[in-house]
Design a protein around this ligand. Sequence first.
Ligand code: BGC
Length: 785
Amino acid sequence: MEQKIKDILSKMTLEDKISLCNGADFWHSKAMEQYGVPRFTMCDGPHGVRVQKADADMLGVNESEPSTCFPTAVSSGASWNVELLREEGKAIGEEGLSYGVDVVLGPGVNIKRDPRCGRCFEYFSEDPFLSGQMGAAWVKGAQSTGIGTSLKHFAANNQEYKRFNGNSQLDERTLREIYLHAFETVVRDAQPETVMCAYPMINGVHCSDSKMLLGDILREEWGFQGLVVTDWGGLCDRVRAMEAGCDLSMPGGSDYMEDRVAAAVRDGRLPEDTVDACAARVLRLALRSQHREKKKPCDLEAHHALAQQIAEEGAVLLKNEDGILPLSKEEVVLIGDMAKHIRFQGAGSSHINPTNLVSLTDALPGVPFAACCDERGEVTDESLREAAEAAKKAKVAVVCAGLPGVYESEGFDREDLHMPEGHVRMIEAVAAANPNTVVVLFCGCAVETPWIDKVKAVLYMGLSGQAGGQAAANLLTGRVNPGGKLTETWPLRLENVPSYETFGRKYTHYSEGLYVGYRYYQKVGVPVRFPFGHGLSYTSFAYSDMKIDGRRVTATITNTGGVAGTEVAQLYIAAPQDGLYRPLRELKGFRKVFLQPGEKREIAFELNDRGFAVWSEGWKIPGGVYGIELGASSEDIRLRGEIAVEGEVVPVPEWQKGSWYEAPVGKPTDRDFETLYGGSVQPEPEIKKGCFTMEMSSMEMKEHSFLMKQFFKITEKTIAKGFGGKVDYSDPTFRMVVMAGADAPFRSTVLAGGGAFPANLAEGLIEMANGHLLKGLKKITGGSK
Ligand code: BGC
């Protein structure tokens, strides 16, 4: 193959090599028959394949072919079952191949920095160790079928607000230990065929253009062998991107900036070898794709059953007072529209057209049902009265609530952690009518639960995929014993979230440093609603006999209750607190065991160097005595031991002494962050007439320019045409498309526009908006790139 690649490259013109590094259309790379280069096909996504035969889009708006809709990562992650994730990856790989796909775009292993992120449902955890393990298993499973994967979104893409031109500012240690860790695990353990670089900037440099990220870290340090593809429309500067090792710009269709690369090669600024290296990686993937075994039918029924198993294992029993669950279906009433129309997936590029869909009412036929609220969660006094009446007649009232689609989506973030007021009123009305109220929650991330003390039990289904209704029914009735555990902390209230003040700004500084999720709540001593790792069962487990032999830790788990069940035992390391600043405890291992009543099993962990290491100009292990803590959650530690580690003395930097990071109280300020970062908070670019650039969106410029206001209105109206002419921001899909269309910088719109919005038009409009009317007109009429 390598010789063939060399031969092809030697025949290609410079222009063709550059052009090969730019996709053909929405989902394909370019075929170049004159050189014998085939194309390859990509499709979303992490929870099922989204293959579009007709109108393509990156937001899951247009119809796609039917495929199994697996639970989203919030649910599959909460299973803590790597084997199951491997099975899911395998099933998705098989379905992708059956549709002729070469690379499936997933998994997403970004850290859930803040529960408001619109894509939290697509990511596994707030913890990098867990995210890495889950992601690696998924990739191994998928690639075992012969399909390629795309690990995304690399890196530090932790909010949707201004995702195309935002900037994540963070210090190197936080980047390494928290935000890159899961990517590193997946790359080293599973070698995904591609990595997708993310939209935003890290410390002022776009991911596509970052030699540090793509070259030094990904390729040289971690040994990544595959291809780097941009997120759709995420290429910033084509010359710098090639220098960085960003191989393929997607989607294709616009040749924007290709001429700049050719010019850079011709005038000696860019070595042709650099272009060749990128083109070679595209060729390698294209040639390999010729040999994938495609179009084999797959067993969709088995995949539906697998989706159900993942939904069951990923559901978390948050509360179960008086052992009210499990219940018998004869005693129940189902209340809430979500029992009938379960929210089973999120909106955006991971949106699937399911092969089947089972709601809770389908799974519990004959059980009385009162919708009470509509699909948006709205209630009336009359509907509440009816729900209360229905609740009174049953022994147990099961209320289905959560977040309707309008609250959570790719493309925008949540403003708060509230559930719809109607859902809260519905829960409260039912709980007032019947003390035996159980809430089943369908939502992709944590919500505030001010009603929690009024209900007896809460079962959290996450976004549980097409078999979610059956899974919920099986769990409620005890056919299946819940065993999922939260992969993110549920705070008491939004204001407690460490990134409360810095999240959702265009330039967001990660001032909490390493203190993300439980690392923050525990160090600062902030109480939470439900801790990381929490999840109940219909049985109970005892932990005993911890033994530590060198780096090997063993313990015994016993099922001490009356029914079979699973336990996820979590191993945390409690590092010495007197050196470089560190969280109180960090997850470094977990084991999931299924035990019959009375059965016991020994579990074992092998800790490696990285488990103890910190980033301080390289990975270093500070010597000292480390606590070894084994527990049922991050706040329910059952067994403790110690390991004396012969490490090195890692000097504590001057700035740390007495800083917020050493002894955090409350939230860090910008000044605290500047000490951690070792520089100033980076200012957002000024948006005003005269300073407009291709890096700005019409939504940003419209406040300062009549022309941009008109342009924005036209964009909005054009988008509305696809929605029956209605400008309706309460429709999540409409909102998402407007954010992608009108809040993306002109650069991205040109790239993602497939030629419909040519570069000369975009650049001309910017000139005109800046007050250079003639120059702008000349650009527009001149047709320059
Ligand atoms: C999303 C990616 C997705 C791509 C293609 C982008 O907008 O961020 O996750 O894979 O579109 O649909």
